[in-house]
Design a binder for this molecule. Structure first.
Ligand SMILES: Nc1ncnc2c1ncn2[C@@H]1O[C@H](COP(=O)(O)OP(=O)(O)OP(=O)(O)O)[C@@H](O)[C@H]1O
Ligand SMILES: [Mg+2]
Length: 354
């Protein structure tokens, strides 16, 4: 299989309204042939109601260019040129983030509630909306972003930039990823103490060549300890998102998270709450919702702490599977319930920032 044949096939896909093919219109970028997979980006200059049907035609054209061959096609659909202009107030040593529009921390009082899943899928959803996105995995104890993005074998390069070593982030799915996991053998738990962990974490943000980004997401480790406080104090955050499951027992953890950001000497805005595993939806019955952890838990929590409920993410098997396979579910079809939930979340966050 080769790139030229993919391109030739796409030459035959016409935009139904603009009456030109997708290659001539410049809608196709980054065609890559990987083992058993054709990957490319379909980039629209502005939101296009025909996007899904054009994507489908592209898939069909590629498929028929290689008859009898067994391969997968991954087309990422995005909208170009929606830039966030806001610049952060920087201190010395923060040059790495000087061209970043917003830094958002994803946090939770408790572990295992789906923080990393939300962070990774939110990154993809924002990228699909046309923004330039980076994500740093600040979980020094259990980094999971490399696995969730299928980048666990990557080793970031280090480049000298005016006398300072800067780490080049890993790029995949049109997003820049950074994780402490890239620097240690997987499966080896990291046992770090306070200041060391805190410094490593800041390096994952301030010693990375992020370049121009609209959003930099920080997947924080669970909890509200000293490491968190030091980080949220020192990094110019636009705001924080708190992830929780709906159970009443999670309320105390959400409260700890809220209090951390509202502490007097930290005082960073909380953009809102994300209720993960809000209900269970079986793949084959997407309209059925089973409130196995109780209904309205997230709504009640948000009301109690006077923060917006930014999104409700269903518990779906594909979210877990795609996390394990390194292909975030939000990359797939836009009309699936899980992808819709993450897209809504991304749009609500943008609204909240405005
Ligand atoms: N909405 C969901 N539907 C199905 N599975 C989910 C969902 N959210 C998270 N999971 C699964 O639950 C597990 C824990 O999620 P994740 O690693 O994102 O949590 P976390 O809060 O980041 O955990 P940690 O505190 O260890 O960092 C993962 O296996 C993930 O795939
Ligand atoms: Mg995590």
């Amino acid at each position: 299989m080769d790139k030229n044949r993919v391109e030739a096939a796409l030459k035959g896909v016409m935009h139904p309204v603009r009456e030109q093919d997708v290659i001539s219109l410049g809608l196709i970028e980054d065609i890559k042939i990987e083992e058993g997979k054709v990957r490319l980006k379909l980039v629209f200059p502005s939101p296009d109601p025909l996007a899904s049907s054009i994507k489908k035609s592209c898939e069909e054209a590629i498929r028929s260019a290689f008859p009898g061959e067994d391969f997968k096609i991954a087309i990422m659909e995005l909208v170009r040129e929606r830039k966030i202009e806001k610049r952060l107030n920087l201190e010395l040593g923060q040059e790495a983030i000087q061209h970043v529009g917003h830094i958002i921390a994803i946090s939770s009082g408790k572990g295992g509630v789906g923080k990393s899943t939300v962070a990774v899928n939110l990154a993809v959803a924002l990228a699909k909306e046309g923004y330039r996105v980076g994500l740093t995995d600040a979980d020094v104890y259990g980094p999971s972003v490399p696995k969730m993005t299928g980048t666990e074998d990557e080793k970031p390069m280090v480049e000298d930039s005016s006398g300072k070593d800067m780490i080049i982030p890993i790029e995949k799915y049109g997003i820049k990823w950074m994780s402490i996991g890239y620097f240690s053998p997987p499966s080896q738990p990291l046992i770090w103490r306070g200041p060391m962990a805190s410094n490593a974490l800041k390096q994952m943000i301030l010693q990375v060549q992020w370049g121009e980004l609209d959003f930099l997401l920080i997947d924080l480790p669970p909890g509200t300890g000293d490491i968190h406080i030091s980080l949220v104090h020192d990094i110019p955050l636009s705001g924080a998102i708190i992830v929780s499951t709906p159970q009443a027992v999670a309320l105390a953890d959400v409260e700890k998270g809220v209090n951390m950001f509202r502490q007097k000497d930290i005082n960073k805005p909380i953009l809102g709450l994300v209720e993960n595993m809000a209900w269970f939806t079986p793949e084959e019955l997407p309209d059925n919702k089973y409130y196995i952890f109780g209904k309205d838990g997230g709504k009640d929590m948000a009301a109690k702490f006077d923060i917006p409920l930014l999104g409700q993410i269903p518990l779906v098997q594909s979210i877990r599977e795609s996390g394990d396979n390194g292909e975030p579910v939000t990359l797939s079809d836009s009309n699936r319930p899980d992808t819709i939930a993450f897209t809504k979340l991304a749009r609500n966050i943008i609204k909240q920032l405005e």
